[in-house]
Write a protein that binds this ligand. Structure first.
Ligand SMILES: [Zn+2]
Length: 56
């Protein structure tokens, strides 16, 4: 464990790659969540029209 911490604090490129990987993961989650929101929104919209509920 101490060796791991020492190797992390001594190798900045590894920390940078970890940060980049984390940012990429957050970006993927953000994009996936956004497209899922649109799918849910479109589905709710279709249901509203199918049931004859006036929406626009
Ligand atoms: Zn509509």
């Amino acid at each position: 464990m101490v060796a791991l911490v020492q190797s992390l604090s001594h190798s900045r490129p590894q920390i940078l790659s970890i940060i980049l990987a984390a940012l990429l993961g957050l970006l993927v989650i953000y994009v996936a969540g956004h497209s899922q929101y649109h799918i849910l929104h479109d589905a709710a919209h279709d249901v509203r029209h199918a049931t004859g509920f006036p929406c626009h």
